[in-house]
Design a protein around this ligand. Structure first.
Ligand code: NAD
Length: 483
């Protein structure tokens, strides 16, 4: 039987849920990027709603923290099973596609990843035993993981379900109630996850309030019961969150923007490297934080690599994200086509040559896939986060020069290396300032490994044991036996 949850969320049309109740204040228009027209309006919350949610979370903290570990991991597995069942029905993937513009298979993949985050965190929680040490004669030491407190979760629009999941899953595993503020660009996709989670946890363990940062985020971050804020979004907003958290030393996990280098080494298979770049560049319509940004190609393979990548780009179909023939859908932020065109124009005005995928639909927030050749190394498109389907290529003669271009950006999130010799590729990966590197693959991430950025790309980790530990504190006890 079809689960009515997505239709319930669509008909309630609010981005505020607390204690199983939906609340809706001022209406916010959500656009359909494929048409540029309003898709729906959702109710948003205010300071009173944020305070109510905080109160519920405070009350839920001892209850959820005191819930036995196996009951918490069972709740995570039940959430995963619900998400998995919903992923097999058309409504939720269609909603994600409607709000974000990503193609339907990518929406389905996002839900599969969401399932994996909940299952992985349940497994990791099951495996996390209290550690016992007897390293000092006469003293028994133990280290026990405890919940860090209430967790505030702030997320971007580009993965409106799997990014909340990779924060909510470890927070719940750790025993932290969650206060969640989704993105205003894709709120309803996130609200479905909230409704699913609420089915499996006690009242107040998850509350969701979309509202202004001043009304919602700032009061949450100021409250002493909040022990961690996990933010994913732009470097600009990450700095604001860090500044708000700093005065009371609130723990922050900041997953921010990137400018990933894509290094093609002299011994790379140029055809295979071009295929890898298609994934690393155009996944999620080019709007992934780990998207390849600076494409640095060794002269030895540059001609064959460029020819293969340009030919593949020229064939790309830009169109409706619901059409199976589409390779590249529209971009959720209404201003992004103009923002991307300005980046291309700047590079072209300085001598870059442009090749594109051709026509884009007349309505909606579409941008063509674009390859830029002979790009000056200091053009904005090479040094800033593009966050869109533009691929600037730069040919290098000396690997050190290529690595210097990467290190000059200040970002440190992801990187890619293509090459035949595994030792050589590994050695290059070790020289990147990055939290994650794909060698001959455009998809290096999995929930089992830590994922996080350095420098301007933020701090802290999601995924793996480090992702669970982000929501935990550790109590170390040394006990001397008496008598
Ligand atoms: P954004 O920074 O504009 O918004 C992210 C979230 O922050 C939204 O929920 C927004 O409402 C909220 N926000 C805005 N102002 C705030 C404030 N003053 N205080 C607290 N919260 C505030 O980002 P976006 O446009 O939604 O997403 C794109 C960006 O996210 C890109 O830079 C991308 O690289 C980055 N991103 C990073 C990762 C990662 O894991 N490192 C993953 C996905 C996206």
């Amino acid at each position: 039987m079809t689960d009515p949850i997505v239709n319930d969320i669509l008909s309630a049309a609010t981005a505020v849920r607390m204690a199983g109740r939906v609340v809706g204040g001022p209406r916010l228009t959500v656009l359909d990027p494929a048409t540029g027209e309003p898709f729906t309006e959702v109710g948003t919350g205010n300071g009173t709603d944020a305070a109510t949610a905080l109160d519920l979370a405070r009350q839920a903290l001892p209850i959820w923290a005191g819930t036995p570990r196996d009951a918490r991991s069972a709740a995570l597995r039940a959430i995963a099973a619900d998400v998995e069942a919903l992923a097999g029905e058309p409504e939720w993937p269609a909603l994600i596609t409607r709000e974000t513009g990503k193609r339907l298979p990518e929406s389905a993949a996002e839900l599969a990843l969401t399932v994996a985050y909940f299952r992985t965190m349940a497994d990791l929680l099951d495996q996390q035993d209290a550690e016992q040490f007897s390293v000092v004669p006469g003293i028994a030491h133990r280290v026990t993981a405890r919940p860090a407190g209430v967790a505030v979760v702030l997320t971007p629009w580009n993965f409106p379900v799997s990014i909340p999941a990779r924060k909510v899953a470890p927070a719940l595993a750790a025993g932290c109630p969650v206060l969640f503020k989704p993105s205003e660009l894709a709120p309803l996709s996130s609200m479905v996850l909230s409704a699913v989670v609420e089915r499996h946890v006690p009242v107040g363990v998850l509350s969701t309030v979309l509202g202004t940062p001043a009304d919602v985020v700032d009061p949450w971050l100021a409250d002493r019961s909040v022990g961690v804020v996990s933010f994913t979004g732009s470097t600009r907003v990450g700095r604001l969150v860090a500044a708000t958290a700093a005065p009371r030393f609130l723990r922050t996990v900041l997953e921010l923007g990137g400018c990933a280098p894509f290094l093609v080494l002299p011994d790379a298979d140029p055809q295979a490297a071009a295929q890898t770049l298609l994934v690393a560049k155009y996944r999620n319509n080019g709007q992934s934080c780990i998207a390849a940004n600076q494409i640095l190609v060794a002269r030895e393979v540059a001609d064959e690599f460029t020819e293969a990548f340009v030919a593949a780009t020229e064939k790309m179909v830009v169109g409706l994200p619901t059409d199976p023939a589409t390779d590249l859908g529209p971009l959720a932020p209404a201003g992004d086509p103009a923002r991307l065109a300005a980046l291309v124009d700047e590079a072209v005005s300085r001598g870059a040559r442009k090749v594109t995928s051709g026509t884009v639909p007349g309505k909606g927030h579409f941008a063509p896939a674009t390859v830029l050749l002979d790009v000056p190394a200091d053009s904005r498109v090479m040094t800033e986060e593009i966050f869109g389907p533009i691929a600037p290529l730069h040919v290098y003669d000396d690997l050190d020069d290529a690595l210097a271009l990467h290190h000059a950006t200040g970002y440190g999130l992801a990187g890619y290396v293509c090459g035949a010799d595994p030792d050589r590729a590994d050695a290059v990966a070790d020289r990147l300032r990055a939290g994650i590197v794909g060698i001959n693959t455009g998809t290096p991430n999995t929930p089992w490994i830590p994922f996080g950025g350095l420098a301007d790309s933020g701090l802290g980790y999601e995924g793996g044991r480090a992702g669970l530990a982000a929501f935990q504190t550790f109590l170390s006890v040394g006990a001397k036996a008496q008598g």
